[in-house]
Design a protein around this ligand. Structure first.
Ligand SMILES: *Cc1c(COP(=O)(O)O)cnc(C)c1O
Length: 492
């Protein structure tokens, strides 16, 4: 690192510490009837007691001078700067935070962590797939794993993490939690219904604290069993159950940093920005919204959807009504009810938690969000939406390969296609690339004729030994298995 960068970092550090004490944010629930919480509660509990999601009570501001100074910092230093105001320093000191963040990104395979690659004159691709499991979820989950371990270690506590996955989240969560002292992780996936690469990314992790469960059932069965476990309060308390799904605020926080990093890397000074984001649960694009709230000059956030287009219909037609989920070439976006949308809704309803609760209740019972027209008109100040079907997605993969030689995965392709449909309006456009092409080789091969290779650290994935327990779709069997293998009881 250069001397100048060190000086700047020192100055930033002092600045952060100087004003830190009063700056740390508190958190409120989007349903409004839970008390204000600290970061520790938000991190460990995930969901508020009233069923809402946690959001900061107010938005800390990153001054423009600090944003300009980010270009001299490493990726880990940028993360440290952006997340600092969200975490109390009594819980995680500056030195802890730097250590946790550096560790979180030490397994990424590109020295830039999130390299920015030029696609055409005004369009850039932010590659978010160089983490251990080749999808952008590693950015948040690696950080989350380190924060969990640190906080639990300080408190002398253990947690049992239970989750259900249809693909990318499971492997990213397992990689983030493996070999941690204070966590056990149980991941359910539907037997025979995840891709071989996705399954092996989970089952070849042989760490003692990792338990893969192949369930004889569907993804919905997996999710239902997890919900039943969480609803059993005795079990929840005795096992100290926790979740790492995308509603955890710390995941959003961890994703906000790469929006700043992208802006810092653009060779166009003070550019106004458009980000185009392949969207499923609305966690990634909401992190962009947070970046704007913190002070990043984002003009537009483009929500890119596949044929499951409920968000497209909301933003463009003021209609948010549920239809059936249909499988597509970009399976991580095959979602109808985007859980993080609730956080945006909270702001659109002027942070009135009771109004959020009522709107979501109506959405659940009627399948239609009330007053969608007015809400979407307000949201259009910053959000836009585009959608692509599978044929368009394949065509984008093909043409990007033909024009640039680059292979992109189908989720990224949906966003590149969405970018092409969005007017530039004098902005620089950054498309978020959320998965490595080798994670979805069939679609890439179908479009381009080329089958992308797994990167070197996974090249022997197909030969590694696997370990998974196969269980019937039966709550009793699942409960017995988790109780027998969780270490939380033996230590408490
Ligand atoms: C999870 C995922 C998405 C969707 O991200 P959200 O935060 O849920 O909107 C998009 N692409 C890939 C590859 C993913 O794994």
């Amino acid at each position: 690192m250069t001397w100048l960068a060190l000086c700047l970092l020192g100055a930033l550090d002092r600045l952060a510490r100087f004003s830190a004490k009063d700056l740390f944010v508190k958190y409120v629930s989007t349903r409004g009837s839970a008390p204000e919480q600290t970061f520790e509660d938000v991190l460990l509990s995930g969901l508020a007691r009233d069923g809402g999601l946690f959001v900061p009570a107010e938005w800390p501001q990153i001054p423009a001078a600090d944003i300009r100074a980010l270009e001299h910092l490493s990726y880990a230093q940028i993360v440290t700067r952006i997340v600092r105001p969200f975490i109390e320093d009594t819980l995680v000191t500056d030195a802890d935070l730097i250590r946790i963040v550096e560790q979180a990104y030490s397994d990424f395979r590109d020295p830039d962590i999130a390299p920015l690659v030029q696609l055409d004159e005004d369009t850039w691709i932010l590659e978010l797939f160089h983490g251990p499991t080749l999808a952008f979820k590693d950015f948040a989950l690696q950080l989350l794993g380190g924060l969990f371990d640190h906080v639990l270690g300080m408190r002398g506590k253990r947690l049992t993490i239970v989750g259900a996955t249809s693909g990318d989240t499971g492997s990213a969560a397992i990689e983030a939690c493996r070999d941690r002292d204070n966590l056990d992780v149980f991941m359910l996936f539907p037997e025979g219904r995840v891709s071989e690469v996705q399954r092996r990314q989970m089952t070849t992790v042989l760490s003692k604290n990792v338990h893969n469960i192949a369930l004889r059932g569907t993804f919905d069965d997996c999710q239902d069993l997890v919900k039943v476990m969480f609803a059993d309060h005795d079990l929840r308390d005795s096992l100290a159950l926790s979740a790492v799904n995308s509603i955890n605020w710390a995941r959003v926080m961890g994703q906000t940093a790469y929006y700043f990093a992208a802006a810092a890397k653009l060779p166009v000074p003070n550019a106004k920005l458009t980000f185009v984001v392949p969207t499923g649960n609305f966690g990634n694009v909401y992190a962009g919204y947070v970046a704007q709230k913190l002070g990043l000059p984002i003009e537009k956030l483009v929500v890119a959807s596949n044929r499951n287009d409920i968000l497209y219909r909301f933003f463009n037609q003021g209609d948010m009504s549920i239809t059936d989920v249909e499988p597509s070439l970009s399976p991580s976006m095959d979602i109808q009810v985007s859980s993080n949308f609730e956080r945006l809704l909270f702001d659109l309803l002027d942070r009135d938690g009771a109004a959020v609760a009522a709107a979501l209740q109506a959405f659940r019972t009627d399948g239609v969000l009330p007053d969608s027209g007015r809400l979407s008109a307000d949201a259009r100040g910053i959000f836009e939406a585009q959608r692509l079907d599978d044929n368009e997605t394949l065509e984008v993969i093909r043409s990007v390969h033909e024009n640039t030689g680059m292979l992109i995965d189908p989720h990224t392709a949906v966003a590149v296609g969405a970018a092409q449909k969005t007017p530039l309006d004098g902005t620089q456009r950054v498309v978020l690339a959320t998965a490595h092409p080798a994670k979805f080789p069939n679609a890439v091969e179908k479009a381009s004729g080329l089958r992308p290779d797994l990167p070197p650290h996974l090249s022997d994935l197909m030969d590694r030994p696997e370990r998974a327990e196969t269980l019937d779709n039966d709550f009793q069997a699942m409960r017995d298995y988790v109780c027998a293998h969780a270490t939380v009881r033996k230590t408490s």
